[in-house]
Design a protein around this ligand. Sequence first.
Ligand code: NDP
Length: 277
Amino acid sequence: MTAVPTIRLNNGVEIPQLGFGTFQIKPEETKEAVLTALKAGFRHIDTAEMYGNEKQVGEAVRASGLDRGEVFVTSKLNNGFHAHDEALKAFDRSLEDLGFDHLDLFLIHWPLPDVGDFVETWKAMEEIYRSGRAKAVGVSNFHAHHLSRLLEETEIVPAVNQIEAHPYLTQDELRAFDAEHGIATEAWSPIAQGKVLGDPTITRIAERHGKTPAQVTLRWHIQRGDIVFPKSTKRSRMEENFDIFGFELTQDEINEISGLNRDERVGPDPDTFNWIP
Ligand code: NDP
C-alpha cells in the first residue's frame, strides 16, 4: 500500500496529506463511498455537519475494520452555531452523530463576518481543544484579515486553514500568510469540481507523464505542500486520485500550472458569505 506523506501540524499532530472529501455525497450513499475510499487506501476523511453525512462517515469507519486511530477524521462547525454555547453543543452533536469519542480536527466552517463574532466562536473552539476531544482545531474559509484577529485576540493559533484552492485560484498570498504563522493550508475543491480537467496546459503535462489531468492537478497540490481531499463517488476515480505518489512534476511544470491562476472561485467569497442553513 502506498504510504501517503503526512504533514505535522503546529501542535505536533500528523495529518495525511491526501484525504477523501464528502461534500455533496448523499447520506444514503456516504457509507458505501467512504468504505470504498478506505479500501482504496485513503486514511483521512473530510466531512462537516453541513453535509448531513457525519453519521454515515462514522458507520463506514467502524464497518471498515480499521482502528479509529488509523483514520484521520475532520468535521466542521455549521454556520448556525457560532455563539459560544451553541458551538460547544454542536461539537457534542457531531461526535454523537459520528459515534466517536474524539475528532482529529474540528474547524469553523465559515467566518460569517456579518453574523455574530467569529472570535467568540474561536474561544469555544479553544475550549473544545483543551477538553482533548478534538486533537486539533482550525478554521475554514478565513482570509488573512480574519486570521489576524484570531492571532491578536485569542491564545491558540489555528492548526489549519481550509480554503478553496486549485490551478484557477492559486491563493499564493493567503498560503504564504498561513505558512508564516504556522498554519497548514488545506485546499478544498482541489480539481475545481472538475473545471480544470480540460485545461490545455494540464492536459499536455498529463500526457507527458502518462497520467490523468486529475492526477497531475492533485500532484501539483501535494508538491506545493498543501493538504487535499478530492471527492468522488466512483471507485475507479478514487483509485486514480489515490495513485499520485509514483511520479514527480518538475519545478517548471509546477510554475506553469500555478501560472493558470485567474482568481476564479467555484464557491462563495468568505467576505460576503453569511448564509445560515
Ligand atoms: P473536487 O474538486 O474534489 O471535485 C469533485 C468533482 O470532481 C465531483 O463532481 C467528482 O465527480 C469529480 N471527480 C473527482 N475525481 C475525478 C477524476 N479523477 N476525474 C474526473 N472527475 C473527477 O470538489 P469538492 O467541492 O468536492 O471538494 C473536495 C472536498 O473539499 C469536499 O468533498 C469537501 O470535503 C471539501 N470542501 C470544503 C469546503 C469548505 O467550505 N470548507 C467547500 C467545498 C468542499 P464524481 O463524484 O462523479 O466522481
